[in-house]
Design a protein around this ligand. Structure first.
Ligand code: ADP
Length: 500
């Protein structure tokens, strides 16, 4: 199966969140199953710098009259060194600031062009822009690549040619909304700007383009696949998603064990595994020292590695901090984002320097040391499509404390008595998003920690959990097969003259 994976982020070259971890790990996992995977990326500086053996493939005339180049090269930073296509358009991509916004956090005002091109060029590749390679599947990730299914749909309608599309939603809350005037930049037929197309309450929605036109839709956990159908979590797209439910699959993300493995992690103070759990104490002492906390081996040390946003539920951590401290706990926060949250954790660290520490910023190596050194990984998110940090917590025997939602619900088992009894418990799960349930989970963590043998047992169960990419890739391959299968009455839009 020839697969073109389209994304704006790619670990280890460019990462703002879990999306990059997924797109960086999937190519090798799919290649293991015999897929011929290539990537399509925007020409952002960090991605361009990662490409070697670069050759021009051709060029593409954008609907607004700009001619952009297409390069092909290899990505040595990724396992298996996959081939990648990169859109070479310095005027669009070579800018200081982030991939989506400038240094002040303002979204670039031509993002519909910068990311729309991912979809347009993917469709061009599907009809021979590179005469040597034609994808059968275009797999687009998140709103940045979500125009691809729409471009492929209309191309197929026009010419009967092209690839099938699979669209993965990593977070429905980020939709890629633009003023209606931006539609003219996309090269889609005028009839696409309607309620049954890419129009969303008068605006242009990239996310809707992906959901409306993809042959198959996936999201990153089975629970989120159900939750996104509800008004509460559908972000206004639940109606469309319910219509397309028959082609929607939830597949839990995996953990890249080449990167996240405490037995072979060069970034942590002392390697450990289930047979050498005692060495975790060395990592804890190192983390306490690095973050300037009191050296207290007995303190229950909580870690947060997170974007600081409303979604992540960190206000519960702030509200529950007095109880956490009163019970003798410590807290390490590694995060960046919302200035108010950052300020609040900074204030707490100032008030309790021996017990609370904040490292404001994005720091990949330090994140490994937080998982290795902490006893508990806090992920109390309001909503969480999959969540990777609880998986990393499990892999590093830092027991996750999570809200029962989305991928958190699918990956952590609470230390209730019956789960302790049958050795299925791996962490602490609270039901309702609020201070009372969060505090009860905190108390369970302290109570279990007071029983070192039981704690060690749960750590061992956590370390035994396998969230390997091979399993995720196998399920995805099934989705690709379904997308390329002859029309079965469900693979909707591509087989009809008009979208659903
Ligand atoms: P999201 O994609 O919503 O941010 P995920 O849990 O899916 O949440 O993925 C977050 C990824 O980003 C994880 O790999 C996590 O370790 C990483 N991360 C988040 N904040 C930081 C930070 N401040 N420093 C280093 N890594 C971080």
């Amino acid at each position: 199966m020839r697969v073109l994976q389209v994304s704006a982020e790619l670990f280890p070259l460019l990462k703002t969140g879990g999306l990059a971890d997924v797109t960086g790990a999937l190519p090798a996992a799919l290649a293991q199953l015999g897929c011929d995977v290539r990537l399509l990326l925007p020409g952002l500086p960090a991605l361009r710098d990662g490409l070697v053996d670069v050759q021009p493939v051709g060029d593409y005339l954008a609907p607004w009259g700009e001619r952009v180049g297409l390069l092909r090269g290899r990505l040595p930073a990724l396992s298996g060194e996959p081939l990648a296509y990169l859109i070479d358009a310095p005027a669009l991509y070579q800018r200081a600031g982030g991939p989506y916004a400038d240094a002040q956090g303002r979204a670039w005002d031509d993002n519909q062009r910068r990311f729309g091109l991912l979809g347009m060029v993917a469709a061009a590749l599907a009809v021979g822009l590179d005469s040597q390679w034609l994808p059968q599947i275009v797999h687009a990730h998140d709103w940045h690549a979500a125009l691809a299914p729409a471009c492929l749909f209309y191309q197929r309608l026009r010419s009967g040619q092209g690839a099938r599309s699979v669209f993965t939603v990593h977070n429905l809350a980020y939709q890629g909304l633009f003023p209606a005037a931006a539609f003219g930049d996309l090269g889609l037929p005028a009839l696409a700007f309607q309620m049954r197309g890419v129009e969303f309450h008068g605006q242009l929605s990239f996310m809707k383009a992906g959901l409306q036109f993809a042959d198959r839709i996936t999201t990153v956990s089975p629970s989120y696949a159900r939750e996104m159908l509800t008004v509460e979590q559908g972000c206004g797209l639940d109606g469309l998603l319910r219509k397309r439910q028959s082609v929607l699959t939830g597949i839990l993300n995996g953990v890249d064990t080449a990167v996240w493995n405490p037995a072979r992690d060069p970034l942590i103070a002392r390697p450990y595994d289930a047979g050498r759990l005692g060495a975790k104490a060395v990592n804890k002492a190192a983390l306490q020292a690095e973050m300037g906390l009191a050296a207290r081996p007995e303190a229950l040390l909580f870690g947060v590695v997170s974007r600081l946003t409303e979604q992540k539920g960190l206000q519960l951590v702030l509200e529950g901090l007095p109880q956490l401290l009163a019970r003798g706990g410590q807290l390490v926060v590694l995060g960046s984002g919302d200035p108010a949250l950052q300020q609040a954790f900074g204030n707490a660290a100032q008030a309790h320097p021996e017990a609370v520490a904040l490292h404001a910023g994005y720091d990949e190596p330090r994140s490994h040391r937080v998982f290795a050194g902490s006893d508990v990984t806090l992920v109390p998110s309001r909503f969480e499509p999959c969540g990777l940090t609880q998986l990393y917590g499990l892999a590093y025997a830092s027991l996750p404390l999570v809200h029962r939602i989305g991928g958190l619900a699918d990956s952590v088992v609470d230390c209730a008595l019956e789960n302790l009894a049958d050795d299925s418990a791996t962490g602490f799960v609270f039901e309702h998003f609020g201070a009372a349930d969060y505090d009860a989970a905190l108390r369970r963590a302290f109570a279990l920690h007071a029983q070192p043998t039981a704690w060690r047992r749960v750590q061992r169960t956590a370390l035994r959990q396998r969230f390997d990419w091979a399993a995720t890739a196998r399920q995805l391959l099934e989705v690709y097969r379904a997308a390329t299968a002859p029309f079965d009455g469900q693979t909707a839009p591509g087989a009809r003259a008009n979208p659903a």
